[in-house]
Design a protein around this ligand. Sequence first.
Ligand SMILES: *Cc1c(COP(=O)(O)O)cnc(C)c1O
Length: 379
Amino acid sequence: MNRINFNVPPHTGREMEYISQAVANQKICGDGEFTKKCSSWIEAKTGTQKCLLTTSCTHATEMAALLADIKPGDEVIMPAYTFVSTADAFVLRGGIPVFVDIRPDTMNLDEKLIEDAITEKTRAIVPVHYAGVGCEMDTIMDIAKRHDLLVIEDAAQGIMASYNGKPLGTFGEFGCFSFHETKNYSMGEGGALLIRDEKYVEEAEIIREKGTNRTKYFRGQIDKYTWVNLGSSYLPSDMNAAYLYAQLEVADEINDARKASWNRYYERLLPLAEKGKIELPFIPEQCEHNAHMFYIKAADIEERSRLKKYLDDNKILAVFHYVPLHTAPAGIKFGRFHGEDKYTTKESERLLRLPMYYGLKPEEVDYICGKVKEFYTGA
Ligand SMILES: *Cc1c(COP(=O)(O)O)cnc(C)c1O
């Protein structure tokens, strides 16, 4: 068995053809043919009012923070078990991340703890759909409505996944997707902002185009464009969009292949879980996931380190991630944890992600599961 990587960026075969086409179009800056194709695809697939392709999910979240008009001192409720961008996008605007504990079963923020963290400064809730498994959106949307808060979904891992049949990223005012090379669909670096309500669209287009009304100009709605508000440059090159489109057009095929790997892992490892040696991911009934990741949980950090080393010695790269943000230097400086950290640290220390990518072979999954079993049972 060759060494098994943790991730291999998705590639379907038509990427170079589409990139060449973008170059031949002589429009390799933003908002060319492929950018339009990708955003239309996402709009059709998710039913969102508007999708704007961005340079990253981090930037999509920054746009959401600008659109939400987050001001210094405003509080934003989120889990601490997440990637830094979830918090950083708000900190850039002077916002204060208020971290609440996660649920140990899904690793998503615990919806039952949100209400207690709300103060008169709270402006938004930011659910992170970890591993493409939806947060408890009915409860979260209800809380937001009752307290007049915005919901900004970090759906970086959530494309093609849904909660009660509704695509992740379409519940809140804003949803943010990532197309980083580690995600299910990629353009190298990139993302998308999903906007639920028409009323934010024009301002979003201005923010994305350096604070100008250039998008309106390109549509022929005005005869010259000018600086109208604050903004930045959040639109990706059409060459990157061309790469992404080659994957979106076969999105179901990629999704099915990932789910086949996920299900195979689950079946092969179930006996170990039943013996109480490891824990497997939990998918709530309302959630249709997208096999973004397959993780297992060891007993504790010490056992996880030994397992990771054992797999590494057997040419399998397994990884963990997310040092909880409230324990990181910037998290301590800019945010605070509300309530007790019952699960965030403990569960994050147990979690180990197994190789998962488009193109992972069934025999590789079997080999990995065999080695995990060997570690625990010696056979
Ligand atoms: C990947 C990821 C991000 C960042 O995405 P980029 O496109 O790299 O900016 C943010 N949040 C979560 C939960 C992620 O997994």
